[in-house]
Design a protein around this ligand. Sequence first.
Ligand SMILES: O=C(O)CCC(=O)C(=O)O
Ligand SMILES: [Fe+2]
Length: 671
Amino acid sequence: MDEPRYLQGLHVLCLWREKEAGPVQVEAQLNGVREEHPMKSELPPEVANADWGSFRKSLQQLLHINKATNQWGNFHLKQPFGLFAADGRRLASADEVLATQLVLLIEGGQWFWPPVRIGYLRALPGTTYELETVSVQPVVFRVRGFLRPEECQTIIAMGEANMSESPIVPMDTHHRDKDTKEFRTSTQARLDSNQSPLLVELDHRISNLTRVPVSHNEEVQILRYRLGEFYAAHTDNFDPQYYQNTVDYIDKGHRNRLLTVFWYLTNVSQGGETLFPRANALPQPEDMHSCEKGLKVQPEIGSVLLWYSLRPNGNSDPNSLHASCPVREGKKWSANYWVWNKPRDFEIDLPDAEYDDEYGGESSVATEGDPVPQNNVSATFENRHPETVYLFWKPPDRAQEAFMGEIQPQASMKMYTYPGHIWHFRSGVDQSSTLLYVQEIFEGEAEQIFILGGEDLGEMPEVLDREVLAGSRRLEMTSAGGMQAPSLAPGPAQSAQVPLNSEEVAAVHPGALYQNDYMTLWNDSNDPVSAVLRVVTPDRFELKVSQLDSLGGGSDGWVIFRSGFTVHDIPDQPHRKRLQLHNVRDVKVLDYDESKFERRANLMLGILKRCSWVLMGAFQLELDLKKNQVVCGPRAALLKPFWETTVALVKTTEASMWIFNPHPSRALVTA
Ligand SMILES: O=C(O)CCC(=O)C(=O)O
Ligand SMILES: [Fe+2]
C-alpha cells in the first residue's frame, strides 16, 4: 500500500530548555506535515549531558522510531537516522542539537531537502544558485545555472570520447530476456572524476548541493540521445524484489540510490523532456513509453534536476518514476549523477558517521545473524581547531581519497573504521587542499578518540581565573596563526617565535625546575600528587607526575611526559608567555609503568601514547615570569581523567623539592 504521507521519516524538531538544567522541551512536526498542534513532550534534564548514543535513543523512543518503518526488512542492514541543522549540517552531539534548537531528524540517515511547495525557492548558502521546487511528490528540485555553458562543453567532449550503448540493470525477475533497446536507446559514457579536475570540483559542488558526502556518489554517466532516442519510465533505485541477483550488493535494499542529480548539458529544440508520469500522485501508468501524462521538464543547458528516489525514511518512492521522452529535434546531452544513501566503497564497508548507533529494543529480526564486523573500531574525531576540517579516508590501494564529511570547530564525528586505516584531515573539501594531519587507526582499542588540537584555547581562561589565579587579570589567550596541525614531524611551531630575552632564558635554562606546591593536586586516595617540570634543553622539557592513582587504591603511579616547546608572546601580558608544544624526533613522549595502574588508566595512557600529538594539544602551558611559575592545565577532555584542574608549577631547586612519602612513619621532606 502506498503511504499517504510522502515525506514519511522527516521530522522537524524544536528542542530547548526553559531553565538551565531543566528538562529538555521537544516540539515535533512529524513526517513532513505541519500540524496545527505539534507533538509536545519533554525529556529529562540529564539527557542534555548524555552521550550521543543515549541522547539519540531517548529521541528515538520519544518519537517511536523503529526499524519496522522500513519496507525492506533485514533491519540489521538499515541505516540509522540522522540529525541535521536546517541547512543540512549533520549534528553529532547532544550539545550540538541543543545549541541548534531547530533540527531535522531524518530516518533514512541522509539529508533530504524539504520541498515545502511547488515554486518554493531556496537559496543555497554560500552559492549563487537556488533550489526551485518543481514537484513535491516526488520531491524534485531544479537548479538553474548550476553548470556553466563552457563546463557543459568540456563534459560533452569528455563523454564523446568514451561513448557506448547505454546499459540498463535489468530486473532479473521481469526483464531478463528483454532487449535493452526496448527500454533505453541512448548512448552513454562513465567518467571517473580522477580524470578531470572539473569533475572533482563538481563532486564537491554537488555534495554541497545535496549535503551528502562525495563518497556516496557513482561515477557520472554522460548520456547522448539522438533523434527519436528515449528511456522508458523507470526508477533509479533498486527494489530488492526485482533484483534478486544483486540483492547482497544492495544490502537487500538498504544500500540504494538515494537521489539523482541530473545534468542538462544542452538545450533540446523539441522533445527530450524528463517526464515524471506519477507526479502529484498520478497512478502508475500502463504504458511506460507514453509521454502523455505527468510533469515534463524541458532540458535547459546548465540546469540540473535533483530528485529523490527514496523517501526520507529510506523506503523507495514509487512516485519517483521517470523517463526521457524521445528527442524530436536536435540532440540531447545530459548526465546521471547518482548519489547513494551509503558510501560506495563496499569491500571496506565504511558506513556513515552514525552507523554504529544502536536502534535498541527492536525486533529480534534485527539481531539475527547480524554480520557485525569483528575488529572494527569506532573512531571519534574531535575538532578543536578554530576552523572546519574535512575528513577523508585514504584507501590503501588508491590515490583517490574518499571524502567522509566535515567537522565544524568544537564538533566531533564518529566513524566506523579498522586498525591500519588511514584518515586524512584537510583544510578543504577536495584532495588538493592542505593536508593538515594524517592519522592511522591503531590496534587493540574498539573506541578511539582523536582530538585535533589547535590554538583555540576553549574554556581554559576561565579555569585559570577561577582556580589558580584568583584575583589576577583574566588571561587573554591568543589564537596564533590560524590552523596549526598537530604534527608528528619534528620542528618548530608554525607561529612566529620571539627571541628570548634574558629573563626568559633564565626561566627555561636547562635544569630549570618547577613543581606544584605541596597539597595542590590530589589523587583519589587523598595523597598529594607531585608534578615536576624539568627543562632539559632550552627547547625541551620533561614533566613527571607522581603519586597518581594506582592499582588497588595505591599511589605509586607515575607518568613522564616529554615535549619540545617554543616560547610565544601573549598580547598585553608582557610577563606571561605561552609555551607551544611539539614532538621531538626520537624522544619518547610518554613513559609510565603499566604495572602500577588500573586497566582503565592503562587504556587511556595507551591511547595517549599512540597519538602523542593529542598530548601536545591537550596540555596548555604558560610561563609567568613575574611569579616564576609555569601554569599547566588540560584543554582537552581526553586529559581530564588525569589532569583535572589547572595548577601552577613554581620555580624550585633540586634541594627544595617536596617529596611525599606515603609511609606514615617517615617524615615528609620539604625545604
Ligand atoms: O534523460 C532523462 O531525462 C532521464 C534519464 C534517466 O532517467 C536515466 O538515465 O536514468
Ligand atoms: Fe533515471
